[in-house]
Design a protein around this ligand. Structure first.
Ligand SMILES: C[S@@+](CC[C@H](N)C(=O)[O-])C[C@H]1O[C@@H](n2cnc3c(N)ncnc32)[C@H](O)[C@@H]1O
Length: 496
């Protein structure tokens, strides 16, 4: 069947809109698919003509049904388990065993992995299967296995964990036997045990900010973003690569797909290693000479795990004590805002050496330390801040985020509840509480907390910035929450 025709000017506008919102550059051979998706979208949402449809897309939020339908139609979600043998072998035989051995030596059993553009979840579940194979004491480990995508329907399928035989075409027999069950509807379902180790969230690589503690994209050991850049505009790839670099812990690794050919300038900050047809990237560290000095307050050998916190200039009315001194802190706030964590620490040290000390300075220290990957020191600094001002909701919230990174879930939940006790309209705290409850299996309470967050975000002025999530305003937060809530909707409309 031939594809419907679109007016060239409308087509051009649609391509621009898609590029702007997703980073995806539609090529000639994808245009028929775009035309079909548009015709279907127009009919489904009752738009009189193409212009009407385009206007609706332009004015609609990213979480509108039209937008989601378009994204689902134009994104290529092809994926399968254990994709790319060379990379999987490298992960199984070299990279993961080495990383695991190091963590055992440090007596710090945690791993942080992000599959960005995870589609239906096959890539992340493959990683979970490799870890199950390599870790006989899996349950003792604190695993942070995150999958994100901008296609909410794909995320729903990832959560559900049902796959066709075709998706398992490269799956080793042992993994098939251990982690899958054949279902009556002729699909393979992933074991509940494995599902319990991963989590999925909405994240648009083009529009959302990362690294961010809120989206749990900080201090990562490994990022996989395979077969996503082939569809991206090269200028946008450079931006995303730069952010991936910042998401990785020192010595962290990035895996792209074999066909994700990228400009060599984009590799700035990475060392490229070949694996035959495939490759992997290792984050390069600044040389000693150019590295800024670490703040003296930090012990020489710091405990892990590492954490980074997005800091925004406070957009909230500061507490009385802080309000009086806040103007004097513009230098530190500026450094934190520019993510110059070591410089911020040096400035804080200089103040404290000169006899200044208060709750806010300590809170700033906690934020900088957390961003430098020193979660335990950050927690200490946060507690020290709260010792001077137990009523600061931002310190309680920061404490909750650090505790989440340390996988101290009950303590994190308590800190979130304290934050909400101090301000029941604290959107990010409701959101984090929802994620935490979901992770602990309390689905109904989790959904309720997310709905609370959504209701508050929708009531606020859309352009109002969020304090603890750099670059995010209430409108974007509301949009993300709508996507995530949709992701948890059962396919058959029943309540789960
Ligand atoms: C071909 S699949 C790759 C899946 C998996 N990484 C793999 O290699 O098997 C590409 C995925 O990238 C997602 N994607 C495209 N643009 C994106 C964006 N701006 N933000 C997040 N995900 C995106 C698509 O929705 C799709 O699920």
């Amino acid at each position: 069947m031939s594809a419907p025709v679109l007016h060239p000017a409308i087509e051009e506008q649609l391509c621009l809109l898609v590029r702007e919102r997703t980073g995806i550059r539609l090529l000639d051979h994808q245009m028929d698919n775009l035309r079909r998706t548009v015709a279907e979208g127009r009919a489904r949402f009752g738009h009189a003509d193409e212009t009407d449809y385009l206007t609706a897309l332009h004015t609609a939020r990213a979480s509108s049904p039209e937008h989601e339908h378009l994204i689902a139609g134009i994104t290529v979600g092809e994926s399968y388990f254990f994709r790319d043998q060379a990379q999987m072998d490298w992960l199984r035989e070299e990279y993961l065993p080495r990383l695991i051995a190091r963590r055992r030596e440090e007596n710090n059993l945690y791993l942080r992995i992000w599959s960005a553009g995870c589609s239906d979840g096959q890539e992340l579940y493959s990683l979970a299967m490799l870890l199950a194979e390599l870790l006989p004491d899996l349950e003792r480990w604190n695993l942070h296995l995150l999958g994100t995508d901008l296609n909410a329907a794909a995320l729903s399928r990832a959560l559900r964990g049902r796959y066709s035989e075709w998706s398992l075409r490269a799956t080793p027999e042992a993994a098939r036997q251990r982690h899958f069950r054949w279902e009556r509807d002729h699909t393979w379902s992933i074991s509940a045990g494995l599902r319990g180790h991963v989590h999925f969230a909405y994240l648009n690589l083009r529009e959302d900010s990362f690294p961010s503690l809120l989206s749990e994209t900080t201090a990562l050991d490994l990022v996989l973003c395979r077969n996503v850049f082939i569809y991206f505009d090269p200028a946008i790839v450079a931006d995303v690569m730069h952010k991936f670099h910042a998401c990785l812990a020192p010595g962290g690794h990035l895996l792209l797909g074999a066909s994700d050919l990228i400009d060599s300038a984009t590799l700035d900050g990475f060392t490229l290693h070949s694996l035959g047809n495939a490759f992997y990237l290792e984050r390069m560290e600044p040389t000693q000479a150019s590295a800024p000095e670490i703040a003296p307050a930090a012990p020489a050998k710091r405990p892990r795990p590492q954490v980074a916190v997005q800091v925004a200039v406070p957009a909230h009315p500061a507490p009385a004590s802080a309000a009086a001194i806040l103007p004097g802190y513009t230098d530190i706030i500026g450094l934190l805002g520019r993510e110059a964590w070591n410089d911020a620490l040096a400035a804080i040290d200089a103040r404290q050496a000169g006899g200044e000390d208060d709750a806010l300075l300590r809170q700033f220290r906690a934020k900088a330390l957390a961003n430098l990957g020193h979660a335990r020191d950050a927690l200490e600094a946060c507690d020290a801040s709260l010792a001077l001002d137990a009523g600061d909701k931002h310190s309680h919230f920061l404490r909750a985020l650090i505790l989440l990174e340390l996988h101290r879930l009950p303590a994190a939940e308590e800190a979130l509840r304290r934050t909400l006790y101090l301000d029941r309209n604290f959107v990010e705290a409701h959101y984090q509480l929802g994620l935490l409850q979901m992770r602990r299996g309390a689905r109904q309470s989790g959904l309720k907390s997310m709905q609370n967050a959504l209701a508050i975000a929708e009531r606020a002025r859309p352009e109002r910035r969020l304090h603890d999530a750099a670059g995010r305003d209430h409108e974007r937060m509301a949009s993300i929450l709508r996507h995530e809530l949709r992701m948890y909707e059962p396919e058959d409309g029943s309540r789960r």
